[in-house]
Design a protein around this ligand. Structure first.
Ligand code: HEC
Ligand code: HEC
Ligand code: HEC
Ligand code: HEC
Length: 395
């Protein structure tokens, strides 16, 4: 476990040099047809004496929504969104293709954009590892060195998933795209990893690839989501829109609520007064809680720096950028600690106690209450469901 922690530290320390998308797109994408042969990953039955089941393509094609993401762009809902944005055919619009397909810059002969979010969207361009990776004697690390993406590493996995499920500064669901009718994004790493899996994590997987811990995945997902938010906020291209900041980074319910008046109450975590548009700090709040068992002092630091960021948004753009950069540096330092921490049931109790204390102070009056009232499946609900699942299963 200790060694695994170290490996994670090294990985995540290097991860900020090249983003997930750059790594995934660094080599030619050969296309799903290259993976789906019946003796490769296209078997209908699981193979017995292979490291992997080899029926991954069949599972992906039948059950995984990623196989249908291109088809989504041909439907009336997508056409209506694109028309409102003046984009024309959504299957030709880069902004839509970037997240709904494997919009790789370098493509092999068998590559088809209509395959949607195919194998190499997550596993990386196979140009240099395709031939070697089927050989049992080849180590996972050798494949990674040749451009396979480390989806087993929670930090790297979170970065890859969130590049589409939250967006990055280069591909983003803006408030304008939302306004045109795009569904709201909500993502939680552990839950989403297990919604439509074409893989099994058992003893054999652990022997080949290392430890697996669902609570840690959840915790890492919070940290990377929070980093993502801050990166989008400080990017001059995406963070601002005319005289307004990019509204999608703010708490939707600060603006979208039924006007009744007299509902406002203070939140220590923001320190803001009434009538102020708040940044959406849901992941920052959760990251502070997942730090509770790891390092209480660090959790307090995230609390203070998040509050300072909220205050800065009422001062100026420069103050906001400075506060966001300070917090981003803190997260850079703390995410590897969370990724290396061995969460157990005692840590889960510490997290729940930390959340309870916040709830007692009225910290969740903003988004959680609003989400429930509107019956949407937003972050807070996904997270509450997730915690319940872990508390019952004691994973
Ligand atoms: C940053 C990545 C990203 C971009 C950019 C993006 N989408 Fe999406 N889109 C998603 C994700 C992720 C979902 C699934 C959301 C969920 O269910 O959590 C989705 C869902 C949808 C859905 C609903 C699908 C369903 O089955 O309910 C439609 C329609 C859609 N997108 C159309 C578009 C169009 C049209 C564009 C271009 C204007 C676009 N999207 C741009 C990531 C993106
Ligand atoms: C949305 C992202 C995503 C897509 C698309 C995807 N995978 Fe995966 N795949 C993962 C994740 C996450 C894992 C589990 C972690 C790991 O083992 O790296 C995984 C695991 C696997 C494994 C098991 C690896 C092992 O060591 O046990 C195989 C084999 C695999 N995928 C093949 C495929 C094939 C073939 C396709 C296309 C038909 C595909 N994947 C599409 C994310 C993806
Ligand atoms: C290249 C972009 C892209 C990447 C990378 C990606 N996804 Fe997705 N994902 C999508 C889109 C787009 C949809 C919406 C599918 C639709 O309805 O058309 C989606 C849908 C999903 C859904 C179904 C959501 C629901 O509401 O049922 C799950 C679960 C999911 N993704 C998990 C993951 C995980 C886990 C990863 C990382 C290992 C990942 N995705 C990586 C683009 C991506
Ligand atoms: C600063 C206030 C503010 C914030 C924060 C904000 N919005 Fe909006 N939203 C608006 C305004 C203003 C409009 C435009 C209304 C109009 O066109 O008349 C709008 C329009 C929309 C629409 C189109 C509504 C319609 O009638 O078709 C959607 C959907 C939407 N917002 C979703 C969101 C989501 C999701 C979030 C959070 C991620 C969010 N908004 C955050 C102010 C806000």
């Amino acid at each position: 476990m200790k060694i695994w922690g170290l490996v994670l530290c090294v990985w995540s320390a290097t991860s900020f040099a090249a983003g997930a998308v750059e790594t995934i797109d660094a080599h030619k994408h050969l296309g799903v047809a290259t993976c789906s042969n019946s003796v490769c990953h296209g078997s209908t039955q699981p193979f017995r004496d292979s490291n992997v089941a080899q029926n991954e393509f069949a599972i992906w094609q039948e059950f995984d929504p990623h196989a249908k993401t291109y088809a989504t762009l041909t439907k009336p809902a997508a056409k209506s969104i694109a028309a409102k944005l003046g984009l024309g055919d959504p299957t030709q619009a880069k902004v839509c293709l970037d997240c709904h397909t494997d919009n790789a810059p370098q493509r092999g002969e068998r590559f088809q954009i209509s395959d949607g979010v195919g194998c190499e969207s997550c596993h990386g361009g196979a140009e240099n590892w395709l031939n070697a990776h089927a050989d049992k004697s080849v180590k996972h690390a050798d494949n990674i060195a040749k451009g396979m993406y480390p989806t087993d590493n929670p930090v790297k996995r979170a970065e890859a998933c969130l590049s589409c499920h939250m967006g990055t500064k280069d591909r983003m669901i803006t408030h304008r795209i939302m306004g045109a009718g795009h569904p709201r994004m909500s993502f939680e790493l552990d839950t989403f990893t297990w919604l439509h899996p074409h893989y099994k994590i058992g003893e054999k997987w652990i022997a080949r690839k290392g430890d697996w811990n669902g609570v840690r995945d959840w915790a890492v997902g919070q940290g990377i989501s929070a980093e993502n938010l801050l990166d989008q906020l400080v990017d001059p291209k995406t963070g601002w829109n005319g005289i307004f900041p990019e509204l999608v980074l703010f708490d939707c319910h600060a603006c979208h609520k039924v006007y009744k008046g007299n509902k406002w109450g203070p939140r220590q975590g923001t320190g803001l007064g009434p009538g102020v548009v708040r940044l959406n700090d849901a992941n920052l709040v959760m990251f502070r809680h997942v730090l509770a068992p790891v390092d209480k002092g660090a959790a307090k630091r995230v609390f203070d720096e998040t509050r300072a960021l909220h205050r800065a948004t009422t001062q100026s753009r420069e103050a906001t950028f400075a506060a966001a950069r300070r917090l981003r540096a803190t997260l850079d330092e703390l995410v590897p600690k969370v990724a290396a921490y061995n969460y157990d049931s005692a840590s889960l109790d510490a997290i729940l106690a930390s959340i309870d204390a916040d709830a007692g102070r009225g910290e969740f009056r903003d988004y959680a209450a609003a989400e429930h009232r509107q019956g949407q499946s937003g972050d807070a609900q996904v997270q509450a469901r997730h915690l319940e699942r872990h508390a019952q299963g004691r994973e």
